[in-house]
Design a protein around this ligand. Structure first.
Ligand code: ASP
Length: 339
């Protein structure tokens, strides 16, 4: 009897151990196969609104971001560094709603949010509502590496930035761009019902997810939030599990109507489906973005990557700036569905 019980115990603890292993320490992927996926935001950018120069510039900037991230990966570097490198390029481009080119809030200023996460260590860093930090993703990284915290916000995050010499500071007006100012005007008119048409729902957040040679995954997101947002509003981008998530087997960066991404824990939900239910990444991402978010009344997109280098890029907004490099080296950039 005793023997039977201890056998039972042994078998069930083996089961437990296998379960734990399945979730926390998945089989390593094929060594050396890296992958990278980036986005420059979901939104509706009508094809006819983009001239040849715009198209060239958008694709070239996405390519530069891919190159920056891929240079890290090709060198055997960490997924986290690749994510940061790709996002830095997009933050510096006025085309995208992150860093330079961030949207205006309702009081005519800029408040920026960012986060990043490393899957196999579950380390994460985030900042919300910062207004003088040129690269919010770098500050999120500093929070992760040089503070005991995961997220810092507003004046406290700025004070923390004061202690970090590598964090470049700028006047809030440095983020201004003419096209974002026009978008604010349109959004204000739309909210008072005096606009001819609805303000376009440009989102434009940026994000990246990478798989490195060690089989580690990281994800990050950086944004100015939503045009005409209330002063103090924080979206999903800095919320770990909503706009950004990475675990041992999967990583996600979201873009879209942030309130819905927070309420539905979008980034985490995609990876949880892969980890707990064994869903294919593409099915999990599709289901969460194109059914759960939309059924709730929101919209947007996401990029996702699993440990085998599979990539998913669902969106339901008409367009999503995006780019990818698959494990076989094939790469591309795209804006609309049919691209
Ligand atoms: N998700 C962002 C937010 O709600 C906006 C975006 O994706 O562009 O702040």
């Amino acid at each position: 009897m005793r023997r039977t019980l201890s056998m039972l115990f042994l078998v069930s603890s083996m089961g437990l151990a296998m379960n734990t292993r399945a979730q926390d320490a998945p089989e390593p992927p094929q060594a050396g196969r890296t992958a990278l996926v980036i986005h420059g935001g979901a939104g509706f950018v009508p094809r006819e609104s983009l001239g040849d120069d715009d198209l060239r510039d958008i694709h070239a900037t996405l390519d530069q971001a891919l190159d920056a991230g891929n240079a890290v990966l090709a060198d055997g570097g960490a997924a986290l560094d690749a994510v940061q490198a790709a996002i830095r390029v997009l933050e510096e481009s006025p085309r995208f709603n992150a860093g330079k080119g961030a949207v205006f809030n309702a009081v005519g200023g800029h408040e920026l949010d960012a986060s990043l996460m490393e899957g196999h260590t579950r380390r994460a860093g985030a900042v919300a509502g910062v207004s003088t930090v040129r690269s919010p993703i770098l500050l999120a990284r500093a929070v992760m590496e040089h503070s005991p915290h995961v997220m810092m916000a507003g004046a406290g995050a700025e004070a923390f930035a004061d202690t970090r010499p590598e964090i470049e500071r700028v006047e809030n007006s440095w983020f201004d761009t003419e096209h974002r100012r026009r978008a604010l005007e349109k959004a204000r008119q739309a909210s008072t019902g005096s606009a001819d048409d609805d303000a376009p729902a440009y989102f434009g957040t940026v994000g990246a997810v990478a798989l490195d040679r060690q089989g580690h995954i990281a994800a990050g997101t950086s944004t100015g939030g939503m045009t005409n947002k209330r002063f103090g509003r924080v979206g999903d981008a800095p919320v770990i599990g909503a706009g950004t998530w990475a675990d041992a087997g999967c990583g996600v960066s979201g873009t879209g109507w942030g309130e819905y991404y927070i309420r539905n824990a979008v980034a985490h939900d995609i990876c949880a489906r892969v980890a707990y239910r064994g869903d294919r990444l593409v099915d999990a991402a599709e289901e969460v973005v194109n059914r759960i978010v939309t059924t709730a009344g929101g919209d947007g997109g996401a990029i996702a990557l699993d440990r085998d280098g599979n990539i998913a890029m669902p969106f339901n907004t008409g367009s999503m700036f995006r780019g990818w490099i698959r494990p076989d080296g094939s790469r591309g950039t795209a804006i609309h569905e049919a691209d």
